[in-house]
Design a protein around this ligand. Structure first.
Ligand code: GLA
Length: 399
């Protein structure tokens, strides 16, 4: 999906046009964008105090908003036109309400309230996104970050930093929506930088931008177009298995998170973890964190081959130890690994369906899409979708 500026303007235009049609022509309308993300390596490490290496995409969620004089909230999404206009109020935000897509913006409004931010009035808010639905490229995080940015800008909450917006998005996701995610997705959407990935230490939120200069290769995302059920509960279960493993390891070694362990330290103390399943989860968290640190070093040394090998190893660990892959995704990675010119390929995001991310030499991209497209259809019965992506900036105001 090479989204040029043409398409960007189109989506923004549609959002503004619909806003005027539904919420009226008068002034005070502002428009914004927050991107989706792809994670290159460092999966399921962000709630284990480890490192991640995501980048913001040039696709994401567009929004237009206007303040109101009362406490009403009115929402409309171009992606859910059947829902029509949903009305709510700043005084009526109920965690775990499960009322559809508006739970994400409402979760952020609620989270900001919980964090002590006074939101002076309601707003009309219209959004439209071009991230394929349920693809694992963080459409919900982009909507959360968009909401945080809108609120900061509309109400002049200057003290609210982009990092705090990301944290409010995560807080809303955890406590309003019941998904115990880490900070990676919201952070990438808020803090992304064109042509860069973000090397983020989730234990301190310290980060560095790493330029992703791939003169001979492209980043290609493949959407398996499968999303298995019970993703939230399987995700939350992985997280609590890691927490159980950490508790037991803390009996043997002085650590605050699995991210503090080297592979050798883990091997020396792993027997402290009684259940095999928890030991496997912790092993992935520890090894994946170290792989991420090594991968970023390899990228900085222009050793893309090594970066790719670490991506492949990440997939194997997510498949075998963390068990968040699935048949369709394994078909995609195995096909990718068999194609000359593919430097690395792995599942990306939370798992149980969604997308893979691959680094593919420029002159192999066409073959990659043709062969995997054909074979995947043959094996799985439906088409995969391919996006040759560019890395974009984090959330920002457009007009
Ligand atoms: C989801 C979560 C993130 C992260 C990834 C796995 O995308 O939202 O916080 O845990 O899964 O790396």
């Amino acid at each position: 999906m090479q989204k040029g500026s043409g398409e960007t303007t189109d989506m923004q235009k549609q959002v503004l046009e619909k806003f005027r049609e539904i919420f009226g022509e008068e002034g005070g309308i502002r428009s914004y964008f927050a991107p989706g993300r792809v994670n290159l390596i460092g999966e399921h490490t962000d709630y284990n105090g480890g490192h991640v290496f995501p980048c913001a995409l040039t696709i994401g969620t567009y929004g237009a908003a206007r303040k109101r004089d009362d406490r009403k909230l009115r929402f409309y999404s171009l992606n859910f036109p059947k829902d029509g206009v949903t009305e709510s109020s700043l005084d009526d935000l109920k965690p775990m309400e499960k009322s559809g897509w508006t739970d994400y913006p409402k979760g952020v409004l609620w989270a900001l309230g919980e964090k002590g931010y006074e939101i002076p009035s309601g707003m009309d808010f219209l959004v439209g996104g071009n991230i394929p639905n349920g693809s694992g490229l963080s459409s919900s995080a982009s909507l959360e970050v968009l909401t945080g940015l809108v609120i900061r800008d509309l109400f002049g909450l200057e003290k609210l930093t982009m990092t705090e917006i990301a944290l409010a998005g995560q807080y809303g996701e955890n406590h309003y929506n019941g998904m115990n995610c880490g900070i990676m997705d919201q952070f990438a959407s808020a803090m992304g930088k064109k042509d860069c990935a973000i090397f983020l230490d989730t234990s301190t939120l310290k980060y560095e931008y790493a330029p992703v200069n791939l003169p001979d290769a492209r980043i290609v995302i493949i959407n398996s177009k499968v999303k298995h059920s019970l993703v939230t509960s399987a995700y939350n279960e992985r997280r609590s298995e890691c927490e159980r493993a950490l508790k037991e390891l803390q009996q043997a070694v002085d650590i605050r998170s699995l991210g503090e362990l080297s592979e050798e330290e883990f091997e020396a103390h792993k027997d402290a973890v009684k259940e095999e399943v928890c030991r496997k989860r912790a092993k992935h968290a520890v090894y994946e964190n170290q792989r991420t640190i090594r991968a970023v070093k390899a990228l900085r040394d222009n050793n893309i081959e090594e970066f790719g090998r670490l991506m492949n190893a990440s997939h194997v660990s997510l498949r075998d130890d963390y068990q968040v892959s699935c048949e369709e995704i394994d078909i995609l990675t195995e096909l990718a690994w068999s194609i000359p010119g593919v430097l690395g390929s792995r599942i990306t995001g939370g798992g149980f369906g969604g997308c893979t991310v691959s680094i593919v030499k420029n002159d192999a991209v066409e073959e990659f899409i043709r062969i995997i497209g054909r074979e995947y259809k043959k094996k799985v019965g439906h088409e995969a979708e391919f996006y040759v992506v560019d890395l974009g900036d984090g959330a920002h105001r457009l007009s």
